[in-house]
Design a binder for this molecule. Structure first.
Ligand SMILES: Cc1cc2nc3c(=O)[nH]c(=O)nc-3n(C[C@H](O)[C@H](O)[C@H](O)COP(=O)(O)OP(=O)(O)OC[C@H]3O[C@@H](n4cnc5c(N)ncnc54)[C@H](O)[C@@H]3O)c2cc1C
Length: 488
Protein backbone atom coordinates (compact mmCIF):
# COMPACT_ATOMS: atom_id res chain seq x y z
CA UNK A 1 0.00 0.00 0.00
CA UNK A 2 1.32 3.43 -0.95
CA UNK A 3 0.01 6.39 1.01
CA UNK A 4 -0.18 10.02 -0.04
CA UNK A 5 -1.30 13.15 1.75
CA UNK A 6 -2.24 16.36 0.01
CA UNK A 7 -4.58 19.31 0.30
CA UNK A 8 -6.00 18.89 -3.20
CA UNK A 9 -6.21 15.43 -4.80
CA UNK A 10 -6.98 15.55 -8.50
CA UNK A 11 -8.36 12.48 -10.28
CA UNK A 12 -7.20 12.58 -13.91
CA UNK A 13 -4.25 14.44 -15.42
CA UNK A 14 -5.83 15.79 -18.61
CA UNK A 15 -6.75 19.33 -19.62
CA UNK A 16 -9.03 20.10 -16.69
CA UNK A 17 -6.98 18.24 -14.07
CA UNK A 18 -3.67 19.90 -14.88
CA UNK A 19 -5.32 23.34 -15.07
CA UNK A 20 -6.87 22.68 -11.64
CA UNK A 21 -3.45 21.73 -10.33
CA UNK A 22 -1.82 24.91 -11.61
CA UNK A 23 -4.53 27.03 -10.04
CA UNK A 24 -4.38 25.22 -6.70
CA UNK A 25 -0.59 25.55 -6.56
CA UNK A 26 -0.76 29.23 -7.52
CA UNK A 27 -3.09 29.77 -4.57
CA UNK A 28 -0.56 28.09 -2.29
CA UNK A 29 -2.10 24.63 -1.84
CA UNK A 30 -0.37 21.29 -2.24
CA UNK A 31 -1.77 19.28 -5.15
CA UNK A 32 -1.29 15.78 -6.57
CA UNK A 33 -2.84 14.64 -9.85
CA UNK A 34 -3.44 10.88 -10.13
CA UNK A 35 -3.47 9.63 -13.71
CA UNK A 36 -4.35 6.10 -14.72
CA UNK A 37 -2.42 6.21 -18.01
CA UNK A 38 1.38 5.90 -18.13
CA UNK A 39 1.56 9.59 -19.04
CA UNK A 40 -0.65 12.60 -18.28
CA UNK A 41 -2.41 14.56 -21.01
CA UNK A 42 -5.68 12.70 -21.59
CA UNK A 43 -7.88 13.47 -24.58
CA UNK A 44 -6.62 17.05 -24.34
CA UNK A 45 -3.16 15.93 -25.51
CA UNK A 46 -4.50 14.19 -28.62
CA UNK A 47 -7.00 16.94 -29.37
CA UNK A 48 -6.81 19.43 -32.20
CA UNK A 49 -5.93 22.07 -29.59
CA UNK A 50 -8.76 24.30 -30.81
CA UNK A 51 -10.48 26.61 -28.34
CA UNK A 52 -13.40 28.92 -28.95
CA UNK A 53 -12.31 32.31 -27.62
CA UNK A 54 -13.65 35.82 -28.03
CA UNK A 55 -11.98 39.20 -28.57
CA UNK A 56 -8.48 37.78 -28.89
CA UNK A 57 -5.39 39.35 -30.50
CA UNK A 58 -5.43 36.55 -33.10
CA UNK A 59 -8.99 37.47 -34.09
CA UNK A 60 -7.98 41.14 -34.30
CA UNK A 61 -4.94 40.32 -36.45
CA UNK A 62 -7.33 38.57 -38.82
CA UNK A 63 -9.67 41.55 -38.92
CA UNK A 64 -12.43 39.77 -36.99
CA UNK A 65 -14.74 41.83 -34.83
CA UNK A 66 -16.27 39.70 -32.10
CA UNK A 67 -17.98 40.32 -28.80
CA UNK A 68 -19.11 38.12 -25.91
CA UNK A 69 -22.73 39.01 -26.74
CA UNK A 70 -22.38 37.85 -30.35
CA UNK A 71 -20.69 34.65 -29.26
CA UNK A 72 -23.32 34.03 -26.60
CA UNK A 73 -26.10 34.41 -29.18
CA UNK A 74 -24.43 31.87 -31.48
CA UNK A 75 -23.85 29.52 -28.56
CA UNK A 76 -27.47 29.52 -27.41
CA UNK A 77 -28.87 29.20 -30.94
CA UNK A 78 -26.58 26.27 -31.69
CA UNK A 79 -26.80 24.43 -28.38
CA UNK A 80 -30.54 24.84 -27.97
CA UNK A 81 -32.60 25.16 -24.81
CA UNK A 82 -30.52 22.73 -22.78
CA UNK A 83 -27.34 24.83 -23.02
CA UNK A 84 -26.44 26.19 -19.59
CA UNK A 85 -26.71 29.96 -20.11
CA UNK A 86 -24.90 30.89 -16.93
CA UNK A 87 -21.88 28.65 -17.51
CA UNK A 88 -21.79 29.58 -21.21
CA UNK A 89 -21.70 33.28 -20.37
CA UNK A 90 -19.14 32.69 -17.60
CA UNK A 91 -16.84 30.84 -20.00
CA UNK A 92 -17.23 33.20 -22.96
CA UNK A 93 -16.53 36.28 -20.87
CA UNK A 94 -13.38 34.73 -19.43
CA UNK A 95 -11.86 33.42 -22.63
CA UNK A 96 -9.60 36.38 -23.41
CA UNK A 97 -7.70 36.82 -20.16
CA UNK A 98 -8.33 33.56 -18.33
CA UNK A 99 -7.70 31.21 -21.24
CA UNK A 100 -5.93 32.94 -24.14
CA UNK A 101 -3.49 35.11 -22.18
CA UNK A 102 -3.27 32.65 -19.28
CA UNK A 103 -2.16 29.86 -21.61
CA UNK A 104 0.31 32.24 -23.26
CA UNK A 105 1.76 33.02 -19.84
CA UNK A 106 2.66 29.31 -19.63
CA UNK A 107 4.41 29.32 -23.01
CA UNK A 108 1.47 28.28 -25.22
CA UNK A 109 1.30 29.91 -28.67
CA UNK A 110 -2.03 30.47 -30.42
CA UNK A 111 -1.16 30.13 -34.06
CA UNK A 112 -4.16 29.98 -36.35
CA UNK A 113 -7.91 29.91 -36.75
CA UNK A 114 -10.52 27.89 -38.58
CA UNK A 115 -14.15 28.58 -39.43
CA UNK A 116 -16.60 26.26 -37.68
CA UNK A 117 -20.30 25.67 -38.30
CA UNK A 118 -22.70 27.82 -36.28
CA UNK A 119 -20.32 30.73 -35.64
CA UNK A 120 -21.05 34.15 -37.14
CA UNK A 121 -17.30 34.87 -37.13
CA UNK A 122 -14.15 32.77 -36.78
CA UNK A 123 -13.35 31.99 -33.15
CA UNK A 124 -11.80 28.50 -33.18
CA UNK A 125 -8.15 29.14 -32.36
CA UNK A 126 -5.48 26.52 -32.32
CA UNK A 127 -2.34 26.08 -30.29
CA UNK A 128 1.04 25.31 -31.78
CA UNK A 129 1.45 21.52 -32.01
CA UNK A 130 -2.27 21.11 -31.29
CA UNK A 131 -3.44 19.69 -27.94
CA UNK A 132 -0.05 18.12 -27.32
CA UNK A 133 1.56 21.56 -27.45
CA UNK A 134 -0.97 22.94 -24.99
CA UNK A 135 -0.64 20.06 -22.57
CA UNK A 136 3.17 19.95 -22.70
CA UNK A 137 3.30 23.57 -21.50
CA UNK A 138 0.57 23.14 -18.86
CA UNK A 139 2.11 19.96 -17.41
CA UNK A 140 5.44 21.73 -17.24
CA UNK A 141 3.81 24.70 -15.46
CA UNK A 142 2.12 22.42 -12.91
CA UNK A 143 5.33 20.57 -12.11
CA UNK A 144 7.34 23.79 -11.88
CA UNK A 145 4.94 24.95 -9.19
CA UNK A 146 5.59 21.85 -7.12
CA UNK A 147 2.57 19.91 -8.33
CA UNK A 148 3.04 16.15 -8.39
CA UNK A 149 1.74 13.79 -11.08
CA UNK A 150 1.34 10.15 -10.05
CA UNK A 151 0.87 8.21 -13.29
CA UNK A 152 -0.22 4.61 -13.81
CA UNK A 153 -2.58 5.07 -10.89
CA UNK A 154 -6.28 4.48 -11.31
CA UNK A 155 -8.51 5.98 -8.65
CA UNK A 156 -11.44 3.70 -7.90
CA UNK A 157 -13.15 5.27 -4.89
CA UNK A 158 -13.77 8.65 -3.30
CA UNK A 159 -13.52 8.46 0.50
CA UNK A 160 -15.97 10.35 2.65
CA UNK A 161 -16.81 10.94 6.27
CA UNK A 162 -20.49 11.91 6.55
CA UNK A 163 -21.08 14.54 3.88
CA UNK A 164 -17.38 15.48 3.74
CA UNK A 165 -14.93 14.04 1.25
CA UNK A 166 -11.66 12.90 2.85
CA UNK A 167 -9.56 11.52 -0.01
CA UNK A 168 -9.44 8.77 -2.59
CA UNK A 169 -8.37 5.17 -3.01
CA UNK A 170 -7.00 3.38 -6.02
CA UNK A 171 -4.34 1.08 -7.32
CA UNK A 172 -1.23 1.10 -9.40
CA UNK A 173 -2.20 -0.07 -12.87
CA UNK A 174 1.09 -1.96 -13.36
CA UNK A 175 1.79 -3.53 -9.98
CA UNK A 176 -1.71 -3.70 -8.52
CA UNK A 177 -0.33 -2.01 -5.39
CA UNK A 178 -3.11 -0.28 -3.43
CA UNK A 179 -3.02 3.49 -3.13
CA UNK A 180 -4.60 5.41 -0.27
CA UNK A 181 -4.80 9.19 -0.36
CA UNK A 182 -5.80 11.51 2.45
CA UNK A 183 -6.91 14.82 0.99
CA UNK A 184 -8.83 17.82 2.20
CA UNK A 185 -10.49 18.32 -1.16
CA UNK A 186 -10.90 16.14 -4.23
CA UNK A 187 -11.25 17.37 -7.82
CA UNK A 188 -12.77 14.94 -10.33
CA UNK A 189 -11.39 15.55 -13.81
CA UNK A 190 -11.64 12.09 -15.33
CA UNK A 191 -12.90 13.19 -18.76
CA UNK A 192 -15.89 11.82 -20.66
CA UNK A 193 -17.31 8.34 -21.13
CA UNK A 194 -17.23 7.92 -24.90
CA UNK A 195 -14.59 5.21 -24.75
CA UNK A 196 -17.03 3.06 -22.82
CA UNK A 197 -19.63 1.81 -25.27
CA UNK A 198 -21.76 0.32 -22.50
CA UNK A 199 -22.17 3.75 -20.92
CA UNK A 200 -22.86 5.35 -24.31
CA UNK A 201 -25.66 2.88 -24.95
CA UNK A 202 -26.98 3.22 -21.40
CA UNK A 203 -27.32 6.96 -22.06
CA UNK A 204 -28.63 6.44 -25.62
CA UNK A 205 -30.65 3.20 -25.62
CA UNK A 206 -32.25 4.32 -28.90
CA UNK A 207 -28.94 3.51 -30.66
CA UNK A 208 -28.69 -0.02 -29.35
CA UNK A 209 -29.60 -1.78 -32.59
CA UNK A 210 -26.94 -0.13 -34.73
CA UNK A 211 -23.17 0.00 -34.65
CA UNK A 212 -21.89 3.00 -32.74
CA UNK A 213 -18.17 3.42 -32.14
CA UNK A 214 -16.07 4.49 -29.17
CA UNK A 215 -14.20 7.62 -30.13
CA UNK A 216 -12.65 9.58 -27.29
CA UNK A 217 -9.28 9.29 -25.57
CA UNK A 218 -8.52 5.83 -24.20
CA UNK A 219 -8.96 7.05 -20.61
CA UNK A 220 -12.47 8.43 -21.20
CA UNK A 221 -14.30 5.51 -19.65
CA UNK A 222 -16.64 7.31 -17.27
CA UNK A 223 -14.94 6.15 -14.08
CA UNK A 224 -15.38 9.57 -12.45
CA UNK A 225 -19.11 9.57 -13.21
CA UNK A 226 -19.46 6.21 -11.47
CA UNK A 227 -17.50 7.28 -8.38
CA UNK A 228 -19.43 10.52 -8.09
CA UNK A 229 -22.76 8.76 -8.54
CA UNK A 230 -21.76 6.28 -5.86
CA UNK A 231 -21.38 8.99 -3.27
CA UNK A 232 -24.58 10.78 -4.21
CA UNK A 233 -23.46 13.27 -6.85
CA UNK A 234 -25.98 14.19 -9.53
CA UNK A 235 -25.45 13.33 -13.19
CA UNK A 236 -27.33 15.33 -15.77
CA UNK A 237 -27.94 15.46 -19.56
CA UNK A 238 -26.09 12.18 -20.03
CA UNK A 239 -27.83 11.59 -23.37
CA UNK A 240 -26.15 14.70 -24.85
CA UNK A 241 -23.46 12.88 -26.78
CA UNK A 242 -21.66 14.58 -29.68
CA UNK A 243 -21.19 12.24 -32.61
CA UNK A 244 -19.04 12.58 -35.70
CA UNK A 245 -19.62 10.62 -38.87
CA UNK A 246 -16.34 10.54 -40.79
CA UNK A 247 -15.07 7.51 -38.92
CA UNK A 248 -14.67 3.84 -39.64
CA UNK A 249 -14.20 0.89 -37.27
CA UNK A 250 -10.64 0.22 -36.14
CA UNK A 251 -10.22 -3.32 -37.40
CA UNK A 252 -7.08 -3.66 -35.22
CA UNK A 253 -9.14 -3.24 -32.03
CA UNK A 254 -9.67 -6.75 -30.66
CA UNK A 255 -13.00 -5.69 -29.20
CA UNK A 256 -14.06 -4.04 -32.48
CA UNK A 257 -15.43 -1.08 -30.56
CA UNK A 258 -13.16 1.81 -31.41
CA UNK A 259 -13.47 4.05 -34.43
CA UNK A 260 -10.87 5.86 -36.53
CA UNK A 261 -11.53 9.35 -37.79
CA UNK A 262 -10.39 9.93 -41.37
CA UNK A 263 -9.83 13.42 -42.74
CA UNK A 264 -8.55 15.31 -45.74
CA UNK A 265 -10.74 13.66 -48.32
CA UNK A 266 -12.81 16.72 -49.32
CA UNK A 267 -13.70 15.32 -52.73
CA UNK A 268 -15.48 12.31 -51.31
CA UNK A 269 -19.18 11.64 -51.53
CA UNK A 270 -21.19 9.66 -49.01
CA UNK A 271 -23.80 7.16 -50.15
CA UNK A 272 -26.26 5.32 -47.98
CA UNK A 273 -27.09 1.62 -48.23
CA UNK A 274 -29.61 2.53 -50.93
CA UNK A 275 -26.71 3.82 -53.06
CA UNK A 276 -27.80 7.46 -52.81
CA UNK A 277 -26.17 10.62 -51.52
CA UNK A 278 -28.04 12.22 -48.62
CA UNK A 279 -26.04 15.26 -47.50
CA UNK A 280 -23.69 18.10 -48.45
CA UNK A 281 -20.45 16.36 -47.48
CA UNK A 282 -18.62 19.65 -46.92
CA UNK A 283 -20.83 20.19 -43.86
CA UNK A 284 -19.30 17.49 -41.73
CA UNK A 285 -20.07 18.79 -38.23
CA UNK A 286 -21.84 17.10 -35.37
CA UNK A 287 -24.93 19.25 -35.82
CA UNK A 288 -25.25 18.75 -39.57
CA UNK A 289 -23.66 15.53 -40.81
CA UNK A 290 -24.41 13.47 -37.70
CA UNK A 291 -28.19 13.98 -37.73
CA UNK A 292 -28.12 13.33 -41.51
CA UNK A 293 -26.34 10.00 -41.05
CA UNK A 294 -28.49 9.06 -38.06
CA UNK A 295 -31.57 9.54 -40.25
CA UNK A 296 -30.44 6.81 -42.71
CA UNK A 297 -31.67 3.25 -42.56
CA UNK A 298 -29.50 1.47 -41.60
CA UNK A 299 -27.46 4.13 -39.78
CA UNK A 300 -24.27 3.93 -41.79
CA UNK A 301 -22.87 5.21 -45.06
CA UNK A 302 -19.98 4.68 -47.46
CA UNK A 303 -17.45 7.42 -48.14
CA UNK A 304 -16.44 6.95 -51.77
CA UNK A 305 -13.04 8.17 -52.96
CA UNK A 306 -10.95 7.60 -56.05
CA UNK A 307 -7.21 7.03 -56.04
CA UNK A 308 -6.32 10.72 -56.39
CA UNK A 309 -8.53 11.68 -53.44
CA UNK A 310 -7.18 8.83 -51.36
CA UNK A 311 -3.66 10.19 -51.63
CA UNK A 312 -4.42 12.97 -49.11
CA UNK A 313 -6.42 10.90 -46.67
CA UNK A 314 -5.30 11.12 -43.04
CA UNK A 315 -6.22 8.94 -40.10
CA UNK A 316 -6.47 10.75 -36.76
CA UNK A 317 -4.74 8.14 -34.64
CA UNK A 318 -1.12 7.94 -33.41
CA UNK A 319 -0.60 4.58 -35.22
CA UNK A 320 -1.11 6.35 -38.54
CA UNK A 321 1.36 9.15 -37.87
CA UNK A 322 5.08 9.58 -37.47
CA UNK A 323 5.49 12.74 -35.43
CA UNK A 324 3.43 15.38 -37.21
CA UNK A 325 3.58 13.52 -40.58
CA UNK A 326 1.09 11.06 -42.03
CA UNK A 327 2.45 7.48 -42.14
CA UNK A 328 1.28 6.74 -45.71
CA UNK A 329 2.30 3.09 -45.54
CA UNK A 330 0.04 2.63 -42.52
CA UNK A 331 -2.87 4.38 -44.25
CA UNK A 332 -2.36 2.01 -47.22
CA UNK A 333 -2.27 -0.92 -44.78
CA UNK A 334 -5.67 0.16 -43.43
CA UNK A 335 -7.14 0.63 -46.91
CA UNK A 336 -5.97 -2.82 -47.99
CA UNK A 337 -6.81 -4.76 -44.83
CA UNK A 338 -9.87 -3.32 -43.16
CA UNK A 339 -12.98 -5.40 -43.75
CA UNK A 340 -14.87 -2.08 -43.55
CA UNK A 341 -13.11 -0.69 -46.63
CA UNK A 342 -13.89 -2.00 -50.12
CA UNK A 343 -11.96 -1.47 -53.31
CA UNK A 344 -12.61 -2.05 -56.99
CA UNK A 345 -11.20 -1.08 -60.38
CA UNK A 346 -14.66 -0.11 -61.56
CA UNK A 347 -17.63 1.72 -60.08
CA UNK A 348 -19.83 -1.24 -60.99
CA UNK A 349 -17.51 -3.51 -59.07
CA UNK A 350 -17.54 -1.16 -56.07
CA UNK A 351 -21.35 -1.18 -56.03
CA UNK A 352 -21.22 -4.98 -55.82
CA UNK A 353 -18.62 -4.90 -53.06
CA UNK A 354 -20.71 -2.60 -50.86
CA UNK A 355 -23.92 -4.39 -51.77
CA UNK A 356 -25.90 -1.39 -53.00
CA UNK A 357 -28.12 -1.32 -56.06
CA UNK A 358 -25.68 -0.99 -58.95
CA UNK A 359 -27.80 1.24 -61.19
CA UNK A 360 -28.74 3.62 -58.38
CA UNK A 361 -25.10 3.93 -57.34
CA UNK A 362 -23.92 4.53 -60.92
CA UNK A 363 -26.65 7.15 -61.39
CA UNK A 364 -25.51 8.87 -58.19
CA UNK A 365 -21.87 9.08 -59.30
CA UNK A 366 -22.75 10.00 -62.92
CA UNK A 367 -24.95 12.86 -61.76
CA UNK A 368 -22.25 14.10 -59.40
CA UNK A 369 -19.59 13.87 -62.14
CA UNK A 370 -21.86 15.78 -64.55
CA UNK A 371 -21.63 18.84 -62.28
CA UNK A 372 -17.91 19.01 -63.11
CA UNK A 373 -18.53 18.48 -66.83
CA UNK A 374 -21.04 21.34 -66.68
CA UNK A 375 -18.50 23.57 -64.94
CA UNK A 376 -20.72 24.14 -61.90
CA UNK A 377 -19.31 25.68 -58.73
CA UNK A 378 -21.88 23.95 -56.55
CA UNK A 379 -23.46 20.58 -57.24
CA UNK A 380 -27.24 20.73 -57.63
CA UNK A 381 -28.49 18.09 -55.19
CA UNK A 382 -27.13 19.16 -51.80
CA UNK A 383 -25.29 22.37 -52.72
CA UNK A 384 -21.83 21.08 -51.97
CA UNK A 385 -19.23 23.61 -53.20
CA UNK A 386 -16.98 21.87 -55.74
CA UNK A 387 -13.89 24.04 -55.35
CA UNK A 388 -11.93 21.43 -53.39
CA UNK A 389 -13.44 18.44 -55.20
CA UNK A 390 -12.99 16.58 -58.47
CA UNK A 391 -14.93 14.07 -60.50
CA UNK A 392 -14.57 10.33 -59.94
CA UNK A 393 -12.26 9.24 -62.73
CA UNK A 394 -9.16 7.60 -61.27
CA UNK A 395 -9.48 3.92 -60.35
CA UNK A 396 -9.18 1.97 -58.24
CA UNK A 397 -12.13 3.31 -56.26
CA UNK A 398 -12.57 2.86 -52.53
CA UNK A 399 -15.60 2.88 -50.22
CA UNK A 400 -14.97 3.43 -46.52
CA UNK A 401 -17.82 2.38 -44.27
CA UNK A 402 -18.76 5.07 -41.75
CA UNK A 403 -20.72 4.64 -38.53
CA UNK A 404 -21.54 7.25 -35.87
CA UNK A 405 -18.55 7.85 -33.59
CA UNK A 406 -19.21 9.00 -30.01
CA UNK A 407 -16.59 11.70 -29.53
CA UNK A 408 -17.56 14.20 -26.83
CA UNK A 409 -19.87 14.24 -23.82
CA UNK A 410 -22.08 17.27 -23.40
CA UNK A 411 -23.65 16.02 -20.18
CA UNK A 412 -22.15 14.76 -16.93
CA UNK A 413 -21.59 15.68 -13.28
CA UNK A 414 -23.66 18.64 -12.12
CA UNK A 415 -21.73 21.42 -10.37
CA UNK A 416 -22.30 25.00 -9.35
CA UNK A 417 -20.21 27.93 -10.58
CA UNK A 418 -17.47 27.08 -8.08
CA UNK A 419 -17.36 23.56 -9.57
CA UNK A 420 -18.67 22.09 -6.32
CA UNK A 421 -20.34 18.75 -7.04
CA UNK A 422 -24.06 18.92 -6.27
CA UNK A 423 -26.28 16.15 -4.97
CA UNK A 424 -29.83 15.47 -6.14
CA UNK A 425 -31.12 18.32 -3.95
CA UNK A 426 -28.55 20.58 -5.62
CA UNK A 427 -26.65 20.86 -2.34
CA UNK A 428 -22.82 20.72 -2.55
CA UNK A 429 -21.01 17.62 -1.35
CA UNK A 430 -18.38 19.12 0.93
CA UNK A 431 -14.86 19.08 -0.41
CA UNK A 432 -15.79 17.55 -3.77
CA UNK A 433 -15.19 19.46 -7.01
CA UNK A 434 -15.45 18.42 -10.65
CA UNK A 435 -14.55 19.98 -13.98
CA UNK A 436 -13.95 19.25 -17.63
CA UNK A 437 -15.63 16.68 -19.80
CA UNK A 438 -16.66 14.66 -16.74
CA UNK A 439 -19.07 17.60 -16.26
CA UNK A 440 -20.10 17.82 -19.92
CA UNK A 441 -17.13 20.24 -20.25
CA UNK A 442 -18.27 22.53 -17.39
CA UNK A 443 -21.08 22.64 -14.88
CA UNK A 444 -23.03 19.70 -16.29
CA UNK A 445 -24.24 20.83 -19.73
CA UNK A 446 -22.56 24.06 -20.83
CA UNK A 447 -22.98 23.32 -24.56
CA UNK A 448 -26.49 21.93 -24.70
CA UNK A 449 -27.11 19.47 -27.52
CA UNK A 450 -24.57 20.93 -29.92
CA UNK A 451 -21.21 22.64 -29.60
CA UNK A 452 -19.73 25.40 -31.75
CA UNK A 453 -16.38 23.52 -31.69
CA UNK A 454 -13.53 24.57 -29.48
CA UNK A 455 -16.21 24.56 -26.81
CA UNK A 456 -14.91 21.33 -25.27
CA UNK A 457 -11.22 21.82 -24.66
CA UNK A 458 -11.65 25.52 -23.80
CA UNK A 459 -14.37 25.07 -21.16
CA UNK A 460 -12.60 21.97 -19.79
CA UNK A 461 -9.38 23.87 -19.13
CA UNK A 462 -11.27 26.91 -17.88
CA UNK A 463 -13.50 24.96 -15.49
CA UNK A 464 -10.40 23.08 -14.30
CA UNK A 465 -8.95 26.42 -13.25
CA UNK A 466 -12.19 27.35 -11.49
CA UNK A 467 -12.29 24.01 -9.62
CA UNK A 468 -8.64 24.23 -8.58
CA UNK A 469 -9.05 27.78 -7.30
CA UNK A 470 -12.07 26.98 -5.16
CA UNK A 471 -10.67 23.67 -3.91
CA UNK A 472 -7.59 25.58 -2.69
CA UNK A 473 -9.73 28.28 -1.11
CA UNK A 474 -11.69 25.61 0.76
CA UNK A 475 -8.48 24.57 2.51
CA UNK A 476 -7.46 28.12 3.35
CA UNK A 477 -5.45 29.22 0.32
CA UNK A 478 -6.39 32.19 -1.83
CA UNK A 479 -9.74 33.79 -2.62
CA UNK A 480 -11.13 31.15 -4.93
CA UNK A 481 -11.15 31.60 -8.69
CA UNK A 482 -11.68 35.26 -9.53
CA UNK A 483 -10.22 35.75 -12.99
CA UNK A 484 -10.68 38.75 -15.23
CA UNK A 485 -13.72 39.03 -17.48
CA UNK A 486 -13.32 40.26 -21.07
CA UNK A 487 -15.36 43.31 -20.10
CA UNK A 488 -12.84 44.43 -17.47
C1 LIG B 1 -9.19 13.23 -31.06
C2 LIG B 1 -9.86 14.34 -30.30
C3 LIG B 1 -9.73 15.65 -30.77
C4 LIG B 1 -10.31 16.69 -30.06
N1 LIG B 1 -10.13 17.97 -30.50
C5 LIG B 1 -10.72 18.99 -29.83
C6 LIG B 1 -10.52 20.34 -30.24
O1 LIG B 1 -9.75 20.66 -31.14
N2 LIG B 1 -11.21 21.31 -29.56
C7 LIG B 1 -12.02 21.03 -28.52
O2 LIG B 1 -12.66 21.94 -27.98
N3 LIG B 1 -12.16 19.77 -28.07
C8 LIG B 1 -11.51 18.76 -28.67
N4 LIG B 1 -11.64 17.48 -28.19
C9 LIG B 1 -12.30 17.28 -26.89
C10 LIG B 1 -11.35 17.66 -25.75
O3 LIG B 1 -10.07 17.15 -26.01
C11 LIG B 1 -11.85 17.12 -24.42
O4 LIG B 1 -13.18 17.54 -24.24
C12 LIG B 1 -10.98 17.64 -23.27
O5 LIG B 1 -9.67 17.15 -23.40
C13 LIG B 1 -11.55 17.20 -21.92
O6 LIG B 1 -10.61 17.52 -20.91
P1 LIG B 1 -10.64 16.70 -19.56
O7 LIG B 1 -9.47 17.10 -18.76
O8 LIG B 1 -11.97 16.81 -18.97
O9 LIG B 1 -10.47 15.19 -20.01
P2 LIG B 1 -9.13 14.48 -20.57
O10 LIG B 1 -8.25 15.49 -21.22
O11 LIG B 1 -9.57 13.31 -21.34
O12 LIG B 1 -8.42 13.99 -19.24
C14 LIG B 1 -9.00 13.04 -18.37
C15 LIG B 1 -7.89 12.22 -17.78
O13 LIG B 1 -8.38 11.46 -16.68
C16 LIG B 1 -7.77 10.19 -16.69
N5 LIG B 1 -8.61 9.29 -15.89
C17 LIG B 1 -9.86 8.84 -16.17
N6 LIG B 1 -10.32 8.08 -15.16
C18 LIG B 1 -9.35 8.05 -14.22
C19 LIG B 1 -9.24 7.42 -12.94
N7 LIG B 1 -10.25 6.70 -12.43
N8 LIG B 1 -8.10 7.55 -12.24
C20 LIG B 1 -7.06 8.30 -12.74
N9 LIG B 1 -7.11 8.91 -13.94
C21 LIG B 1 -8.24 8.80 -14.67
C22 LIG B 1 -7.71 9.85 -18.16
O14 LIG B 1 -6.77 8.83 -18.42
C23 LIG B 1 -7.32 11.19 -18.76
O15 LIG B 1 -5.91 11.35 -18.82
C24 LIG B 1 -11.06 16.42 -28.88
C25 LIG B 1 -11.22 15.12 -28.43
C26 LIG B 1 -10.62 14.07 -29.12
C27 LIG B 1 -10.76 12.69 -28.60
Amino acid sequence: MTRYETEVAIIGGGGAGIAAGIEACDAGATAIAFEKAPKPGGAAAISGGGCMMVGTPLQKENGIKDTPDLAFDDWMKWGGPSADEVWARYYIEHTLHDLYHWAESHGVKWIDMKPQEGNAVMRWQRTENNGLGLMTHLIDAFEKRGGEIVSNTEITEIKRDGNRVTGVKGRNAETGDQVDVDAKTVVVTTGGFNSNLDMVLEARPDLGNDRVMEGSGLGSTGSGHKMVRQIGGYLTHMDHIWFYVYATPDYRDPQQRRGLVFRQAPGYIWVNQQGKRFHNESRSGGNSASPALMAQTPRHAWAVVDTTMKANMEIADPYYRVGDKVARDKVEELLENSPFIKKSDTLEGLAKEIEVDEQTFLDTVTRYNAAFDDGLEVEPDFSKPLKLSKKFDTPPYYAVQMFPLARKNFGGIKTDLQCRVLDKHFEPIEGLYAAGEACGMAGGHINGRAGLEGTMLGPSVFSGRVAGGWAAQKVGHGDGFVGKPNRA
